[in-house]
Every structure is written in structure tokens, then in C-alpha cells.
Design a protein around this ligand. Structure first.
Ligand code: EPZ
Length: 432
């Protein structure tokens, strides 16, 4: 298993180009099941998760070609025919988002058998809303031995989908099915994340009729067939926010390019409140901090978009470990998303957790230590802490990081961070 070693204390100065968003790319890839024509996705991140989904799609009948295009990495996906509607436990367990092939398989071929994903390190994460949405579209759903058997022999029918609370995955899943359902579908209390808008834009390029994506009510007029299209994956707002916090933690000046600051207004407000200088520009944002001045403690709560993203919570907590005063961080999306707390404590952080609330009492210094990555965003919070810790921090189980951060060591070391990968045994099969 690879590890990442960081010698803390170096300021970061330079430019970091942001990759395409993982959480958009994997849903866009699933959209290729909806048409027999090629879907060309540009600005593709090359990550463990996109490779993994590519392998699952190949089993279902998709031809997946990864290549370098004029604007960087791209993937061409063509599903001339769905050869299997079966997604086995081993594949869905390893990457929950694989579950989202169920809707498109059902919409395209009227049946599918997909494993239930099970829990993961950040919480129970049920899929009841996904299944209710598909039932609202006329699917017959049966559960046996850990599998979802879904059928719609005469095709899906448009319907009313009222989500009791916001779910990104269920909104995307319903979209991926409703575009080929007969008649109109109206979704209320839909998630508004930029990745939903990105998926809707791509589906519309493929001939779908989706209106209102990015708001809480989405209307879809079903069409008989979709065509191929070319679509650029939107920039990764979580990667952007993560490097913004890395720069804030280490001090210095970093320009984040090929991205958008308007996706991150809540984070930017919190960074400014903490004493970080953030300057948005056309192509992204610049983050500046004078490391001789301490950050200030800030209070925050995670919420669905446009609230503070749960995927940035661990990184912000790392930042607050060195802030002056006590910051209060409430996690409202997942019940178990404080796995980074005991690891940050190994570096000297003082954090008390009660239920969904963490109180971080800022300390003057952190000290490097061996730490363990538990999930993707928790792992990168340890890297951020390591950038400012005295001495060497070694992050173990780096395979979590490789799921969602492209060339992390390269991007940070280009700005002056002392960070390197220590190669180890091949990675295990992971679940998240
Ligand atoms: C997506 O997960 C992201 N994953 C997560 O990022 C992100 O943290 C999350 O949205 C929230 O922004 C991908 O896009 C692949 P939800 P998702 O459905 O869709 C509960 C990362 O690190 N729920 O919005 O699974 C659920 O348990 C990952 O990149 C139900 O109860 O999140 C959670 O408490 C981690 N029943 C809440 O809703 C359901 O049927 C919100 O989850 C569905 C969800």
C-alpha cells in the first residue's frame, strides 16, 4: 500500500490546475448506457473511481476508450447494446456510485439486477429514495438476497417524485431514468448541486428535455431515444476547495486555475472570516495567507448545496486545528463523518466530538506523526494538516486519496510542498 510523506512548514506558491469533477464524471459515464451512440466526455479526471466505473460499464456492454484529446484527457463511451443488466455485489460494494447504473439500465432495456451497496465508512447510506423514485416512474422493484431486481417491461412512465429530503445520488438516479420515461416527470425537493446541473446539461445535449436542474424542482419531458454528444466535465469544486484550504493552512499564495469560484461561495465566506484572502478571477481563484498571522476560529454547519459541502468538512477542520479560539463544526449530512478526528489528534489537534458536533480548540503547533486515511476527504484533511505540522507526517492507506484526487503530490509539490509518495504493495479492494 502506498503512503504519502510530508515534511511540514513549506509555504505554497504557484498555480494548481483543477481537474474535472469526480462526482460529476461518474454519473456522466453512467449516462452512456442511455444511448447506442458514442458519448465523448472531455476534461475527464483520471482516478481510481472513474477507472473502476469504466470496468463495470464494460461488463454491461459499453466500449470505453480513454485517450488524450486536444484539451487533455477524454473518454469515449459507446453502448451499442446492453449485453448484461447485472451489477454484482463485489463491484457495487467497492464503489457506491455504481448503484446508479440501475436507472439507466432499466430505462434502456426494461430490466436490471443490481446489488444493494451496503453501508460505508461515513454512514449507513441507504438507497430507499433511489428505489422510491424508480417506483414512481412505474418500475417494479423486488429485493432478494441483497439484490434489487427492477423491471419495467413496457418502459418507464413519467411521474411525480417528491423527495422527503435532499439526496444528490437519488436526484441524479431519477434523472438518469426519467429522461427515457414516457410523459412528464416532476421532481420536487431535488438536490441543487452543480453536478446535477452538469448531468442535466449533458443529457440535454443527448436530446433529453430537462428543465430546472440547479433548482429544487426539475421537470423532465421524456423522449423515445437519446443520441451521442460531447460534453466537458465541470471542474471539481471539492478539489478546488481542498487546495484553497491547503494554501490557507501552509501560507503563501496559490492560484487555482481551470475552475470556478462561484461554486464555492460558502467556503470562500468562511475562509475570509478565518482571515484568509481570496480573490476570485475568470479562471478560478487566488488564495493568500501570511503564515505569521494566526487564523481565526469559525463556526459552520454542513448542508446541501449551496450550503457548506460535507465533502469539505474534514479539510476545514484540519485548518481550524491551528486557528485561534474554538471553532464549532456540525455535520448534518452523514452520521459518521468525523473519522479524521482521532487521526488529527495524533498530530496534536484538540477536538471534542459529541454527536454530530465537533469542537476544535486551536493549538499553536501540530507535530508530524503516522496517521491512517479512512475515507477520501478524511485522508486529504490529514495531508492538509501535515503541510503545517512540524516534522514528518506519513499518511497510510493512500488508496483512498487516489479515488478522488488526481496527481495530488505532483500538484502540491509544484507549489513548493515537501511531499512524496512511498510506493508499497498493490492496493486492496476498498469500499466507500
Ligand atoms: C454524494 O453522495 C457524493 N458522492 C458524496 O461525496 C457527497 O458527500 C454527498 O453526495 C453529499 O453531497 C457522489 O457523488 C459519488 P446523498 P450521495 O444521497 O449521493 C441519505 C465523496 O467523498 N440518503 O446526497 O450518496 C444519506 O445516507 C462522496 O466524494 C438516504 O437516507 O449522498 C445521507 O445521509 C462521499 N436514502 C443523505 O441522505 C437514500 O436513498 C445525503 O446523501 C439516499 C440518501
Amino acid at each position: 500500500m502506498d503512503r504519502i510523506a510530508i515534511i511540514g512548514g513549506a509555504r505554497l506558491t504557484g498555480e494548481i490546475p483543477i481537474s474535472g469533477a469526480k462526482n460529476s464524471a461518474i454519473k456522466l459515464m453512467a449516462a452512456s448506457l442511455l444511448t447506442d451512440e458514442p458519448l465523448r466526455l472531455t476534461n475527464m479526471p483520471r482516478l481510481a473511481d472513474t477507472r473502476f466505473l469504466g470496468r463495470l460499464l464494460q461488463r454491461l456492454g459499453t466500449e470505453v476508450i480513454e485517450r488524450d484529446g486536444p484539451d487533455g484527457a477524454e473518454t469515449l463511451l459507446t453502448t451499442r447494446e446492453v449485453v448484461s443488466g447485472f451489477a454484482p455485489y463485489d463491484l457495487v460494494r467497492q464503489m457506491r456510485a455504481s448503484f446508479n447504473v440501475l436507472g439507466p439500465l432499466l430505462a434502456r432495456s426494461g430490466q436490471a439486477k443490481v446489488s444493494l451497496p451496503g453501508g460505508c465508512t461515513i454512514g449507513a447510506r441507504p438507497v430507499d429514495l433511489h428505489l422510491k423514485a424508480l417506483e414512481a416512474l412505474g418500475a417494479r422493484i423486488d429485493l432478494h438476497e441483497g439484490y434489487v431486481y427492477a423491471q419495467a417491461p413496457r418502459g418507464l412512465k413519467g411521474g411525480q417524485i417528491e423527495f422527503p429530503f435532499v439526496s444528490v445520488g437519488a436526484t441524479e438516479h431519477a434523472l438518469l431514468a426519467a429522461v427515457l420515461a414516457e410523459g412528464q416527470t416532476v421532481m420536487t425537493n431535488a438536490a441543487c448541486e452543480p453536478e446535477i446541473t452538469d448531468l442535466a446539461e449533458c443529457l440535454n445535449k443527448m436530446g433529453a428535455k430537462v428543465a430546472g436542474a440547479g433548482t429544487s424542482t426539475i421537470r423532465i419531458e421524456g423522449v423515445r431515444r437519446l443520441t451521442g454528444a460531447t460534453h466537458a466535465v465541470l471542474p471539481d469544486r471539492i478539489e478546488t476547495g481542498t487546495y484553497a484550504m491547503a494554501a490557507a493552512m501552509a501560507g503563501g499564495e496559490v492560484r487555482l486555475t481551470r475552475t470556478r469560484s462561484d461554486f464555492l461561495t460558502t467556503l470562500i465566506d468562511k475562509l475570509v472570516e478565518a482571515g484568509v484572502e481570496v480573490v476570485p478571477h475568470n479562471d478560478g481563484l487566488t488564495v493568500r495567507r501570511d503564515p505569521s498571522r494566526r487564523l481565526k476560529a469559525v463556526e459552520l454547519e454542513t448542508d446541501p448545496y449551496p450550503g457548506f459541502a460535507t465533502d469539505l468538512q474534514a479539510q476545514f477542520m484540519a485548518l481550524m486545528t491551528l486557528a485561534e479560539g474554538e471553532s464549532v463544526i456540525r455535520e448534518t449530512i452523514f452520521e459518521n463523518r468525523f473519522m479524521h478526528v482521532p487521526e488529527l489528534a495524533r498530530l496534536g489537534a484538540e477536538i471534542a466530538v459529541q454527536g454530530g458536533e465537533a469542537r476544535v480548540r486551536g493549538v499553536e503547533t501540530l507535530e508530524g506523526a503516522q496517521v491512517m486515511a479512512t475515507d477520501l476527504r478524511a485522508s486529504v484533511s490529514l495531508v492538509i494538516a501535515g503541510l503545517a505540522a512540524r516534522g514528518e507526517t506519513v499518511v497510510n492507506r493512500v488508496y483512498h486519496l487516489d479515488r478522488g484526487f488526481e496527481r495530488l503530490e505532483e500538484k502540491l509539490s509544484a507549489c513548493g510542498a515537501q511531499i512524496r509518495r512511498i510506493k508499497g504493495e498493490p492496493e486492496p479492494q476498498v469500499e466507500e
